[in-house]
Design a protein around this ligand. Structure first.
Ligand code: SF4
Ligand code: SF4
Length: 345
């Protein structure tokens, strides 16, 4: 992989060039507001914040929007259906490695068995400029899952080494962007050593970890179906769904129809859904096969630690810690539950 150096000042010019020259229809990046961080449209490079800990929502929202129309229909004598799928080209700046891993999982979910045109259209028009996470949030546990550092899944990857960034070039598209809009030079061995040192130091800053290799988690869960840990942990759950709504590897949505008052037309939309909400597993007959919070809590843990891994051979949780930060009851971290199950086993 090619590695280049861009000074901090030249990175500002690079981002401003992308915006000014309209290198994509949308240029988005991480912005700070009241001590929180969120991906949003950039009007100027000065808005970009690259030394953040974690964003409120993951960049998944650009490929799977919270709410999205998927088709329009007409009723009456000549009914018709028109699929709706649109996408703008987008450059997303400042994606952390764990979110890149999460996007890889989403890609696997939305391309296997039944490829999702709405997701793919957006995904294929996206350029990802990553940045190494050097200031992890207090609930993150990425190193335990191998998601703290990535070698692929990005077009460009930045690592802060002081006055400049090392830029790993992941794709031809990334290379073209640099050549056209940025001033860079080749990275020296000493600069690459500085990058490795920065990454090593960051690994030492994580406060949460799994007390077992992550490869043991699926087997641990398989043996823990009847564990009292799920009941104990879920006792204070509010069934609010926040842990799911902020998660970069949660991919479920609900589909509903909106019919016009004239009853002659309407549209079908999908919106994020959450397996921690009471009626997620309610079926047409009125039965609910996860009718209490213990079952829903256990299901989420199995989903994160076993089901997704078994099916897609990728981490179902990337250790970003967003769920734990969002949970008022302070029970949502998969790491804590897996560690308790391990202790009880
Ligand atoms: S389960 Fe929690 S820690 Fe794991 S990826 Fe989802 S939000 Fe992040
Ligand atoms: S685990 Fe926490 S965030 Fe998730 S539904 Fe329960 S209370 Fe809400």
């Amino acid at each position: 992989m090619q590695n280049k150096i861009i000074s901090k000042q030249d990175l500002v010019s690079f981002v401003n060039n992308l915006i000014k020259e309209k290198a994509a229809e949308e240029i988005v990046g991480v912005k700070a507001s009241d001590g929180k961080y969120a991906f949003g449209e950039l009007a100027n490079a000065s808005e970009l914040c690259l030394d953040y800990d974690v964003t409120l929502l993951p960049p998944k929202k650009y490929f799977l929007p919270q709410k999205e129309t998927v088709l329009k229909f007409k009723l009456g004598a000549k009914p018709s259906v028109e699929p709706v799928a649109d996408a703008k080209s987008i450059i997303i700046i400042g994606v952390h490695p764990y979110d890149i891993k999460a996007i890889e999982l989403c890609d696997a979910v939305y391309t296997s068995t039944n490829p999702d045109p709405n997701y793919l259209l957006k995904r294929n028009k996206a350029t990802i400029i990553g940045v190494d996470c050097l200031n992890p949030n207090p609930k993150a546990f990425c190193p335990s899952l191998g998601t703290a550092i990535v070698e692929s899944g990005f077009d460009l990857m930045l690592t802060d080494i002081g006055d400049s960034y090392v830029v790993a070039v992941g794709t031809g598209n990334g290379d073209k962007l640099l050549n056209k809009y940025a001033k860079t030079k080749a990275a020296t061995d000493s600069e690459l050593a500085q990058r490795d040192n920065q990454r090593r130091q960051a690994l030492g800053k994580y406060k949460v970890s799994l007390n077992m290799p992550s490869s043991e988690v699926p087997g641990l869960l398989e043996a823990s179906w009847d564990s009292p840990v799920f009941k104990e942990k879920s006792e204070t759950c509010l069934s609010c769904g926040s842990c799911v709504m902020v998660c970069p590897t949660c991919v479920c949505f609900d589909v509903q129809d909106d019919i016009a008052l004239t009853l002659d037309k309407g549209e079908r939309y999908r919106q994020w859904d959450a397996c921690m909400l009471v009626d997620f597993a309610k079926v047409a007959t009125g039965e609910n096969f996860r009718d209490d919070k213990e079952k829903r809590f256990r299901h989420r843990m199995y989903r994160k630690g076993m089901y997704l891994i078994t099916r897609y051979e990728k981490p179902g949780c990337v250790g970003c810690g967003r769920c734990a930060l969002a949970c008022l009851a302070q029970i949502a971290s998969p790491a804590e539950t897996f560690n308790l199950l391990k202790e009880a086993s």
